[in-house]
Ligand binder design. Sequence first.
Ligand code: SF4
Length: 470
Amino acid sequence: MITAPFELPVERAKVIEKLSAKASAPHGGMMGDPPKEKPDTEKVWKSLGKEEQGTSDGRQATGGEGDRPPLVFYVHVPFCIARCAFCGFYRNQTDDEAMENYTRHLLKEIDRVADEGVFTKRPVDIVYFGGGTPTALTADQLRRLITRLHERFTISPKVEFTIEGRIYNFDDERVRACVDSGANRFSFGVQSFETELRRLLGRRNSREELLERLARIKEICGERAALVADLIYGLPGQTQADWMERNVKTTHLDSALDGVDIYSLKIFPGSPIEKMFDSRGGRWSEEERIRRHAEACDYLVSAGWKQLSTTHFGRNALERNLYNHWAMAGAEMVPFGCGAGGSVGGWSIMQTGDLADYLEKVEKGLKPIGMCMKLPPAASVRTALAGQLGYGWFEPASMPQVDYTPIVKNWASACVWTESEPGRYRLTRLGEYFQPKVLSMLIGYTMANSMSIGDALKMAGQKLMAKIRG
Ligand code: SF4
């Protein structure tokens, strides 16, 4: 059994040091190895369509219950009002003409998929408009897009239909256009309720304006839509007290939010925010971040919020957090739009991220795929484990091909998880904080210990042949 690379020390400081180290990608290649020859993307897409047409089973949307993962439509809107200081995803500046042109092309792409009869039989469980800033589209553009999806596909009556974006400029008309045409969840990148920090990040509304606006949107939507926000801790100059008092407690006591996601700041090398730490200081240590994660989680749970994942909380039943979970846990995800990614019928698909290329491909009637690759069978290991760890637990018996005994005991001694009931291990707050790394290590352990000697020899042989050829 291979355990050594996956073992953790017992001493907390050393556990943190090992889990903070950059991932060595033990599951490299899990999402598909680049093909030697570029596949014919149109051919691949059409073959997926044929497979899907035979899969109608009249199943009602389960959002993850039942015997198959949900069907997700992901729609990408790659425009932003301005680049936020911490962001690595900014692509295009908002522009009225460009966004109207983009909307027309998105509608054309939606129609093309629907005309083929692809994914029209199965209920769509989850729709997610991500970006970029989908809320920057006009009310009319949002209405046309949401309505078209409802008209052309079987959107489940239980769908979680999210529009992501910013509070800024998301006026009453836009809010009404979304909920009246069938969206039922708004996910806002709030990041902080502190005015000074918000301005530093490139957010325009003050704390007061933001809270007022959230209250107004809630007034319009009522029970028809969940309001959800992301909050980031460890921002430049942010004190640990302010994180709790002016953000976490504000979420519960003063905001109209139904759900919240709490993230530790990830610093993209070269991003403007990296330089802000030089002038403002306030870099939190890993230990401080772990403690603030724990404190925030404990506070929300004690205030009656339900913990829906290692980082996500819901105040009430309106918030289900289906997209965030299933995007990691093996949903079939059909991509629409420039730069959208998905995973369908055993293929990983990335649509072209170049706007001009996207418009040209759609104009020609093509599905604007930039790259696709066949997922290796081992990808199912990742999604099976991500499905459990995303909810914060692990059940070794669900992966019967591998003996997890040594690692389960070792990680319990390292306080990454505890046996909450026989055969089920729940992540501690430390384990939750490091969930991506814990997942990556568990995948590595599973792969290393489920490979037969025959497979190992074959892989070694292939590597040797590649070396000889190369
Ligand atoms: S709005 Fe979102 S995608 Fe656009 S720059 Fe800001 S964080 Fe990035």
